[in-house]
Design a protein around this ligand. Structure first.
Ligand code: GLN
Length: 473
């Protein structure tokens, strides 16, 4: 009840597409019953969680924040959702996101943007509230900060305390970015460690279900509940043991931390740079070896990611034709018109533009020049990581985002679009390589907003990554 009340209290932040109040009460009642019999069914018995609205949930509307799927009611649960439910977790709701997970702000959703729960200490409503001791005021009259995205609803749901944890998805940073802006831990597992079955695809070769929590230990608990091989996902990897169940205190003296030179990206704020230096020093004082390393192809990753993303998007979105899947337009006199008008009505501008760009890159005359070329650059980026790991580096320390959370009005300004894309500069290469990464909050900016850093681990070495994450949180 308290969790549902909390979800209602933060309604104006628009974190949820659907609050599954009845499902949650039902789950909680069953959990109470089990507890009364002395037999909790799993480590998350009765614990409220939320999932991004691109995970299929049986009998619960799953929209991808798109008009195209407004009435989609899946007949099955995504494997990771089922695993959470099997461990006793209670589904409190489905979270807002950028349409089909395309974006970094949770500003492109058919039900409106999600607002960050953090407000700048210079926000007049915060100052007034501090002076009067009143509760939170409506942010509508004032400038508010974005929650990040595309899993921004999940981040706000966790940061508000409505849920213990949320499952987001991460294709180019969509879990780490909102975690960073909302002061949370955002963990992107190794590609394949968590099943993608039932996660509506954006870019199949990069998508991973990911975890948002308040602490690294909470992320470990969720990871242990949801990870594992799944026959329904041909890219899922078999693991002999639970990936992170025994994260003993890592002996920091034995590790080597790499600082990649290329992550000093254009537009990196002074404050993020300062946090980066502070944590590098903390590692050094703890006895770790801290060295500069080079990942020379990093600057190419934004362009490489865009091409591959748009090509896979063009392919994935083809299924929404108004006949087999998705909204069906009633204004049509021919099949072609039906396809076109369904897609025009169902998809927002960002989705339509990516489909268009992807199809352009995949034209026979462009395929080698763009798609094949991008695959080659992807290989170079993967090789960069491999070289660094084989030189003895255990984890990389980088910024997560270039600054604290931007204001909505700045973020959506057309002339800032390139800068918004650049906010993914530090997160995207990891998805191209499939490595695990975790964003951990470090300090507050002068605005009073969270600043976070990212740790990147070796492919399949999530255990080491999270142990080190624990050290810096
Ligand atoms: N911002 C990136 C994009 O729009 C990443 C999205 C994601 O990780 N889902 O493609």
């Amino acid at each position: 009840e308290a969790a549902v009340r909390r979800a209602e209290k933060i309604k104006e932040l628009n974190a949820f597409v659907t609050v599954t109040k009845d499902v949650a009460f039902d789950g909680a009642q069953q959990s109470n019953f089990r507890f009364s019999k002395g037999k909790p069914i799993g480590p998350l018995d009765g614990v409220p969680i939320a999932v991004k609205d691109n995970f299929c949930t049986q009998g619960v509307q799953t929209t991808c924040a798109s008009r195209m799927l407004e009435t989609f009611n899946p007949k099955y649960n995504a494997t990771v959702v089922q695993n959470l439910l099997d461990a006793g977790a209670v589904l409190l709701g489905k979270c807002n996101m950028d349409e089909f997970a395309m974006g970094s702000g949770t500003v492109d959703s058919f039900c409106g943007p999600t607002k960050n729960i953090w407000r700048s200490k210079f926000d007049p409503s915060v100052q007034k509230q501090n002076a009067s001791g009143d509760g939170p005021n409506s942010q509508d009259r004032h400038d508010w900060h974005i929650a990040g995205g595309s899993s921004g609803g999940c981040a706000v749901a966790v940061a508000s305390g409505a849920v213990f944890a949320a499952l987001g998805s991460d294709t180019g940073g969509s879990t780490r970015n909102p975690a960073a802006y909302c002061g949370l831990v955002g963990y992107k597992p190794t590609y394949g460690l968590l099943s993608r079955h039932g996660l509506i695809p954006l870019v199949n070769s990069m998508d991973v279900p990911a975890v948002l929590t308040r602490t690294v230990d909470d992320a470990i608990l969720v990871l242990d509940t949801v990870a594992g091989w799944d026959a329904k996902d041909s890219t899922s990897i078999a693991i002999d043991e639970r990936p992170a169940c025994i994260v003993n205190d890592q002996n920091i003296q034995n590790i080597c931390v790499g600082i990649p030179t290329e992550y000093h990206s254009p537009g990196l704020s002074e404050e993020v740079l300062e946090a980066w230096n502070i944590v590098a020093d903390i590692f050094e004082h703890a006895g770790a070896k801290v060295i500069q390393v080079s990942l020379p192809h990093t600057p190419a990753s934004i362009a490489c990611y865009s091409v591959l993303n748009q090509c896979e998007v063009a392919s994935n979105m083809a299924r929404y034709d108004g006949i087999e899947f998705g909204l069906r337009s009633s204004e049509s006199e021919s099949s072609d018109e039906l396809f076109a008008s369904s897609r025009r009505k169902g998809f927002g501008e960002v989705v339509r533009s990516r489909i268009l760009a992807g199809n352009y890159f995949l034209l026979q005359r462009n395929y080698t020049k763009y798609f094949v070329q991008a695959l080659k650059v992807r290989r170079l980026i993967v090789n960069d990581f491999e070289r660094v790991w084989s030189s003895g580096v255990d984890v990389l320390l980088t910024p997560t985002t270039l600054s604290d959370a931007p204001q909505y009005k700045d973020f959506i300004r057309l002339e800032n679009q390139q800068q918004c894309v650049m906010q993914d500069y530090c997160t995207q290469p990891v998805n191209l390589a499939g490595c695990p990464a975790v964003s951990v909050p470090i300090k507050l900016s002068k605005n009073g907003l969270p600043i976070s850093l990212q740790l990147i681990g070796k492919f399949s070495d999530d255990r080491m990554l999270l142990s080190v994450g624990r050290f810096i949180e």
